[in-house]
Design a protein. Structure first.
Lengths: 114, 114
């Protein structure tokens, strides 16, 4: 079975600084997708970034980028120029296609200090 | 982007009663919808996969007679919590779509059973 592990329950970053959230996963599938979702206090899940496993190039979305290490099964999220609005729970998620649903890690609570 | 709504956003019910939560895809058709449950400060756990026109597939440990799912149309899935008890109090989130580019989340429903 696929698993997703986030080893950092909480992280803190100073406004305008950079922070990296860690995620590792386990799978025997060769074709899969990885995601980072943001869940603010409103509880609405917001897609931050998506990475296709078949792509070697790391995905980037404005201030958000990932470091995808397929062999190491590692998928970290880097947030540059952190803003107060980035404060939220961040979930790493795996999609393998055989079921169609997402498998989530336990989440990392990110605080941004002004 | 695609919009998924949930109704109600909050509900309080008495122990022993049943409550229905609706999940609607507003501007697209969804043959597959997923129901997740999220306890405070925890991750999203898949409860069941809802397929239009067929029986839902429940995850191990989820009582199908307690959490009734009906996906009667391509835009509506309902989750009915029958004979609710305080331990059923949680945040319930649905998502519509079944592909890696089609994971659209509803805003969630907070259920409190007194």
């Amino acid at each position: 079975a696929q698993t997703v592990t986030q080893s950092q329950p909480e992280m803190s970053v100073q406004e305008a600084e950079t922070v990296t959230l860690s995620c590792t996963y386990d799978t025997s599938e060769s074709d899969y997708y990885l995601f980072w979702y943001k869940q603010p206090p409103s509880r609405q899940m917001i897609l931050v970034i998506r990475q296709e496993a078949y792509k070697q190039q790391n995905a980037t979305e404005n201030r958000f980028s990932v470091n995808f290490q397929k062999a190491a099964k590692s998928f970290s999220l880097k947030i540059s120029d952190s803003q107060l609005g980035d404060a939220a729970m961040y979930f790493c998620a795996y999609y393998g296609g055989s079921q169609g649903n997402l498998i989530f890690g336990k989440g990392t609570k990110l605080s941004v200090k002004p | 982007g695609a919009v998924v709504s949930q109704h109600p956003s909050r509900v309080i019910c008495k122990s022993g009663t049943s409550v229905k939560i609706e999940c609607r895809s507003l501007d697209f058709q969804a043959t597959t919808m997923f129901w997740y449950r999220q306890f405070p400060k925890q991750s999203l756990m898949l409860m069941a996969t809802s397929n239009e026109g067929s029986k839902a597939t429940y995850e191990q440990g989820v009582e199908k007679d307690k959490f009734l799912i009906n996906h009667a149309s391509l835009t509506l899935s309902t989750l009915t919590v029958t004979s609710a008890h305080p331990e059923d109090s949680s945040f319930y989130i649905c998502s519509a779509g079944g592909g890696p580019y089609e994971q659209y989340f509803g805003p969630g429903t907070r259920l409190t059973v007194t």
